[in-house]
Design a protein around this ligand. Structure first.
Ligand SMILES: Nc1ncnc2c1ncn2[C@@H]1O[C@H](COP(=O)(O)OP(=O)(O)OP(=O)(O)O)[C@@H](O)[C@H]1O
Ligand SMILES: [Mg+2]
Length: 525
């Protein structure tokens, strides 16, 4: 007899329908599973068998064929255990074949019949919500996460036995959805007020946060680069509801959420070590999982000691930096994960860290410095809008009595500038989800941004002198737009363009400290 139960599978951070068909025919007892099932799905036979018997049902000797349709997409994971078990009970006459109408069923089975958590509950719930009246049956441990999608009915019973009885009685109770735990607005264990001096670097980070621009901090050891970078999330605006769900979806698919507290930090901040593998950074695996760039989606990717990362890895960052997503190519189907993050990188200018020191403290030969710096390829440097030299802080400015701006003060200005950008990009109705200047199309911004004539002259002259590419030109304009937004100016004036140009390295790929310095030792290159 043939039976079918609707299920769903995750692809990227979305999900698609999968129909689980089971045919239990007379013949020699055997079990075949078709429909491009990977290892964990194939093993479902043992779990389903034990769970059915231990839940008090029977398994008549039959030739069982399980088909996962559509048959041309690879299926992985253990979430099909539960729909397979229900379809098998239907096919062997122990459950009405209409019992699962209007249900999408996912869940892993334990040998004792318990229903165990799966990955990707949030994308699955978002998917089920698209079918009006659909109920998603899922493991109880996934309820908190799935209930972040408020428009779908959820049902969760802890074991196969009670679930089948509820389906027989047509009394499947809706799950009680816990209120998601409240989360502080920002992880405020750190604050920009902790950083003494470094006014130039703090200003650059404020500009970066206000416009979503990528930043490179360059300076000698102990200057406070790591300290500054770790404070960037404290001045970023809070995520919108959709952004929050996107972030949780990525973390859910990566399988890194705690089941009782599924909310990741308010803004992702990922800081992979330079020994990270390509799959760890960009995503990968036979059933592709998101990497660090995707876990940093809508947040910050911090690459400390940037030039210690293999150059091939840095070059691979160009695609996500440009497109805001990574495509993981597989023979049968490629998977796309979102990866729109703000990159903040920190590095010493040379192996000893002192290159450019005015007292000549650097012991590296020019060739060694050049080789070290050549690891930062031109195209990557070109995608980093804000280059900042972080000089050593003079000891006298490490005075706790005179702290600079706190994170709250800086965030207030960032929020105001972001508000202006939201209005701008809402009006543009791009439909591309653009929310900040860094992600706006350069040509659109060039056409739409009023620039004072003197400022335009300065920009054109500098572009010629610095031999800027068209992209470089647009990027300077974007940073200038952000600086004007911080001032509340509609027109981009000379000061905004001048400051934006200071954040641009004279020669992309050449990381030197030879440029201007601010009074406190920090300044733009
Ligand atoms: N501006 C500053 N204000 C207060 N403390 C500072 C400042 N700069 C550095 N420090 C102190 O020095 C420590 C080291 O700073 P940090 O690790 O950020 O340096 P770094 O520039 O990242 O060095 P490296 O190049 O070796 O990684 C900090 O933990 C902090 O205690
Ligand atoms: Mg450091």
């Amino acid at each position: 007899m043939l039976a079918a139960v609707r299920s769903a599978a995750v692809l990227g951070i979305d999900a698609y329908d999968v129909t689980v068909e089971v045919d239990a025919a007379l013949g020699l007892p055997q079990w075949t599973i078709v429909g491009l099932a990977a290892g964990a799905v194939k093993e479902s036979r043992e779990r389903v068998h034990s769970a059915i018997v231990n839940a008090g049902f029977t398994l008549p000797p039959r030739r069982v064929t399980v088909n996962l349709a559509p048959a041309d997409t690879p299926k992985s994971g253990s979430a099909f255990d539960l729909p397979i078990a229900l379809a098998l009970l239907m096919a062997t006459g122990q459950l009405a074949r209409s019992a699962a109408d209007g249900l999408t069923v996912v869940g892993e089975l334990g040998l004792d019949g318990s229903i165990r958590p799966i990955r990707g509950a949030l994308p699955l719930a978002r998917h089920a919500a698209r079918t009006p009246g659909e109920t998603l049956v899922l493991p109880p441990a996934n309820i908190t996460e799935a209930s972040l999608v408020t428009t779908v009915r959820l049902a969760a019973l802890p074991e196969l036995g009670p679930l089948v009885r509820a389906l027989r009685d047509q009394l499947l109770p809706a799950a009680e959805t816990p209120r998601p735990p409240n989360r502080a607005r920002v992880a405020d264990s750190v604050d920009f007020a902790d950083v003494a001096g470094q006014a130039g670097a703090k200003r650059a980070l404020e500009v970066a946060a206000a416009g979503g621009h990528n930043v490179l901090l360059i300076g000698p050891p102990g200057a406070g680069k790591t300290m500054l970078a770790r404070r960037l999330p404290t001045i970023l605006p809070v995520l919108s509801e959709t952004e929050t769900l996107d972030v949780i979806a990525v973390h859910s698919v990566a399988g890194v959420l705690a089941s009782d507290d599924p909310l990741p930090p308010p803004r992702p901040f990922r800081s992979p070590h330079h020994t990270v593998s390509a799959a760890g950074l960009l995503g990968g695996g036979s059933a592709p999982r998101p990497g660090e760039v995707s876990l940093a989606h809508h947040g910050v990717l911090f690459l400390d000691e940037l030039l210690e990362f293999p150059r091939s890895l840095l070059d691979a960052l160009r695609q996500p930096l440009e497109d805001g997503r990574v495509v993981i190519a597989r023979a049968r189907r490629s998977v796309t994960f979102p990866a729109r993050f703000t990159l903040i990188a920190a590095t010493n200018p040379c192996p000893c860290g002192q290159a450019g020191d005015p007292r000549g403290a650097c012991r590296c030969t020019p060739a060694v410095v050049a080789r070290y710096q050549s690891r930062l390829s031109g195209p990557l440097a070109d995608r980093i809008d804000v280059h900042v030299a972080v000089g050593a802080v003079p000891l006298r400015s490490l005075d706790p009595a005179a702290p600079g701006d706190s994170s709250a003060t800086m965030r207030g200005r960032v929020d105001a500038a972001r508000g202006i950008q939201h209005k701008r990009y809402d009006a543009m109705r791009s439909g591309h989800g653009i929310t900040c200047n860094a992600h706006a199309p350069g040509r659109w911004l060039q056409a739409e941004t009023p620039v004072a004539p003197r400022a335009r002259e300065l920009l054109v002259a500098a572009a010629e002198r610095l031999a800027l590419s068209a992209r470089g030109y647009h990027r300077v304009l974007k940073v200038a737009r952000t600086i004007a937004d911080l001032e509340g100016d509609d027109m981009v004036g000379v000061p905004a363009v001048a400051e934006a140009l200071r954040y641009r390295p004279a020669e992309c790929g050449a990381v030197t400290l030879a440029g201007r310095r601010g009074a406190d030792g920090a300044g733009a290159i």
